[in-house]
Design a protein around this ligand. Structure first.
Ligand code: DAT
Ligand code: MG
Length: 148
Protein backbone atom coordinates (compact mmCIF):
# COMPACT_ATOMS: atom_id res chain seq x y z
CA UNK A 1 0.00 0.00 0.00
CA UNK A 2 1.20 3.52 -0.84
CA UNK A 3 2.87 5.57 1.90
CA UNK A 4 3.77 9.24 2.25
CA UNK A 5 5.97 11.27 4.55
CA UNK A 6 4.21 14.08 6.42
CA UNK A 7 6.00 16.49 8.75
CA UNK A 8 4.41 19.10 11.01
CA UNK A 9 6.92 21.95 10.91
CA UNK A 10 8.10 23.88 14.02
CA UNK A 11 5.37 26.54 13.66
CA UNK A 12 2.67 23.85 13.54
CA UNK A 13 4.02 22.27 16.73
CA UNK A 14 4.39 25.65 18.50
CA UNK A 15 0.87 26.67 17.50
CA UNK A 16 -0.72 23.50 18.84
CA UNK A 17 -1.80 22.16 15.45
CA UNK A 18 -0.46 18.62 15.92
CA UNK A 19 -3.82 17.13 16.89
CA UNK A 20 -5.66 19.02 14.15
CA UNK A 21 -3.30 17.75 11.44
CA UNK A 22 -3.34 14.16 12.66
CA UNK A 23 -7.12 14.30 12.93
CA UNK A 24 -7.56 15.31 9.28
CA UNK A 25 -5.46 12.39 8.00
CA UNK A 26 -7.09 9.97 10.46
CA UNK A 27 -10.65 11.00 9.63
CA UNK A 28 -9.97 10.63 5.90
CA UNK A 29 -9.25 6.97 6.58
CA UNK A 30 -5.47 6.94 6.18
CA UNK A 31 -3.42 4.76 8.50
CA UNK A 32 -0.68 6.12 10.80
CA UNK A 33 2.37 3.91 10.27
CA UNK A 34 5.08 6.00 11.98
CA UNK A 35 5.15 8.97 14.37
CA UNK A 36 7.83 10.84 16.27
CA UNK A 37 8.60 14.27 17.76
CA UNK A 38 12.17 15.34 17.16
CA UNK A 39 14.45 18.30 16.55
CA UNK A 40 16.72 17.91 13.52
CA UNK A 41 20.25 19.16 12.88
CA UNK A 42 21.10 21.54 10.01
CA UNK A 43 22.83 18.82 7.96
CA UNK A 44 19.72 16.64 8.22
CA UNK A 45 17.36 19.45 7.18
CA UNK A 46 19.69 20.28 4.27
CA UNK A 47 19.52 16.64 3.16
CA UNK A 48 15.72 16.61 3.38
CA UNK A 49 15.51 19.75 1.22
CA UNK A 50 18.57 18.92 -0.97
CA UNK A 51 16.56 19.48 -4.18
CA UNK A 52 16.08 23.13 -3.17
CA UNK A 53 19.73 23.84 -2.23
CA UNK A 54 20.19 26.31 -5.12
CA UNK A 55 17.12 28.39 -4.16
CA UNK A 56 17.62 31.82 -2.59
CA UNK A 57 15.29 30.89 0.31
CA UNK A 58 17.21 27.67 1.13
CA UNK A 59 19.17 28.87 4.19
CA UNK A 60 16.06 30.56 5.64
CA UNK A 61 14.10 27.36 5.06
CA UNK A 62 16.74 25.32 6.90
CA UNK A 63 16.82 27.90 9.78
CA UNK A 64 13.05 27.46 10.11
CA UNK A 65 13.06 23.64 10.07
CA UNK A 66 15.76 23.41 12.77
CA UNK A 67 14.15 26.12 14.94
CA UNK A 68 12.14 23.68 17.09
CA UNK A 69 10.68 20.22 17.28
CA UNK A 70 8.82 18.76 14.30
CA UNK A 71 6.40 15.83 14.14
CA UNK A 72 7.48 13.27 11.52
CA UNK A 73 4.88 10.80 10.31
CA UNK A 74 4.30 8.00 7.84
CA UNK A 75 0.73 7.81 6.53
CA UNK A 76 -0.52 4.92 4.42
CA UNK A 77 -3.47 4.40 2.09
CA UNK A 78 -4.66 4.30 -1.50
CA UNK A 79 -3.47 7.45 -3.28
CA UNK A 80 -2.11 8.93 -0.04
CA UNK A 81 0.72 10.91 -1.70
CA UNK A 82 -1.48 12.97 -4.02
CA UNK A 83 -4.44 13.16 -1.64
CA UNK A 84 -2.07 14.13 1.18
CA UNK A 85 -0.89 17.06 -0.94
CA UNK A 86 -4.52 18.09 -1.48
CA UNK A 87 -5.26 17.92 2.26
CA UNK A 88 -2.17 20.13 2.83
CA UNK A 89 -2.92 22.69 0.11
CA UNK A 90 -0.77 24.86 -2.17
CA UNK A 91 2.77 25.79 -1.10
CA UNK A 92 1.91 29.48 -0.69
CA UNK A 93 -0.86 29.61 1.96
CA UNK A 94 -2.39 32.72 0.40
CA UNK A 95 -3.09 30.54 -2.65
CA UNK A 96 -4.20 27.46 -0.66
CA UNK A 97 -7.92 26.77 -0.75
CA UNK A 98 -9.91 27.13 2.47
CA UNK A 99 -10.49 23.65 3.82
CA UNK A 100 -6.86 22.69 3.30
CA UNK A 101 -4.43 22.74 6.24
CA UNK A 102 -2.36 25.62 4.84
CA UNK A 103 -5.50 27.41 3.63
CA UNK A 104 -7.02 27.23 7.09
CA UNK A 105 -3.99 27.77 9.32
CA UNK A 106 -1.22 29.68 7.53
CA UNK A 107 -0.45 32.99 5.83
CA UNK A 108 3.28 33.19 4.93
CA UNK A 109 5.05 30.70 2.63
CA UNK A 110 7.91 30.51 5.14
CA UNK A 111 5.51 29.47 7.93
CA UNK A 112 3.30 27.01 6.08
CA UNK A 113 2.88 24.54 8.96
CA UNK A 114 3.35 21.23 7.18
CA UNK A 115 5.37 19.21 4.68
CA UNK A 116 4.13 16.37 2.50
CA UNK A 117 5.99 14.30 -0.09
CA UNK A 118 5.28 15.43 -3.67
CA UNK A 119 5.55 12.01 -5.38
CA UNK A 120 5.74 8.30 -4.59
CA UNK A 121 9.49 8.45 -5.34
CA UNK A 122 10.18 11.31 -2.96
CA UNK A 123 7.96 9.64 -0.34
CA UNK A 124 10.16 6.53 -0.51
CA UNK A 125 13.33 8.65 -0.15
CA UNK A 126 11.93 10.80 2.67
CA UNK A 127 10.60 7.82 4.65
CA UNK A 128 14.03 6.15 4.34
CA UNK A 129 15.72 9.37 5.57
CA UNK A 130 13.37 10.08 8.51
CA UNK A 131 12.44 6.52 9.48
CA UNK A 132 15.57 4.38 9.02
CA UNK A 133 13.99 2.10 11.66
CA UNK A 134 11.10 1.44 9.25
CA UNK A 135 7.35 1.81 9.69
CA UNK A 136 5.14 0.16 12.31
CA UNK A 137 3.47 -2.99 11.04
CA UNK A 138 -0.24 -2.98 11.93
CA UNK A 139 -3.63 -2.88 10.20
CA UNK A 140 -6.72 -1.04 11.35
CA UNK A 141 -9.71 -3.19 12.27
CA UNK A 142 -11.96 -0.76 10.33
CA UNK A 143 -10.12 -1.42 7.04
CA UNK A 144 -13.20 -3.12 5.45
CA UNK A 145 -15.30 -0.04 6.38
CA UNK A 146 -12.91 2.29 4.53
CA UNK A 147 -12.07 0.13 1.47
CA UNK A 148 -14.58 -1.88 -0.63
P1 DAT B 1 6.03 22.18 -0.81
O1 DAT B 1 6.37 22.30 0.65
O2 DAT B 1 4.62 22.62 -1.08
O3 DAT B 1 6.35 20.82 -1.37
P2 DAT B 1 8.45 23.09 -2.14
O4 DAT B 1 8.93 21.68 -2.04
O5 DAT B 1 8.53 23.75 -3.48
O6 DAT B 1 6.94 23.23 -1.61
O7 DAT B 1 9.27 24.00 -1.13
C1 DAT B 1 9.57 23.52 0.17
C2 DAT B 1 9.32 24.64 1.15
O8 DAT B 1 10.20 25.73 0.85
C3 DAT B 1 7.91 25.23 1.11
O9 DAT B 1 7.00 24.49 1.90
C4 DAT B 1 8.14 26.60 1.63
C5 DAT B 1 9.52 26.96 1.11
N1 DAT B 1 9.43 27.73 -0.13
C6 DAT B 1 9.09 27.25 -1.34
N2 DAT B 1 9.08 28.23 -2.26
C7 DAT B 1 9.44 29.36 -1.60
C8 DAT B 1 9.63 30.71 -1.97
N3 DAT B 1 9.44 31.12 -3.23
N4 DAT B 1 9.97 31.60 -1.01
C9 DAT B 1 10.16 31.20 0.27
N5 DAT B 1 10.01 29.94 0.70
C10 DAT B 1 9.66 29.03 -0.23
MG1 MG C 1 8.14 19.86 -1.64
Amino acid sequence: MEQTFIMIKPDGVQRGLVGEVISRFEKKGFLLKGLKLLTVERAFAEKHYADLSAKPFFSGLVDYIVSGPVVAMIWEGKGVVLTGRKIIGATNPLASEPGTIRGDFAIDIGRNVIHGSDSVDSATKEIALWFSEGSVNWQSSVHPWVYE
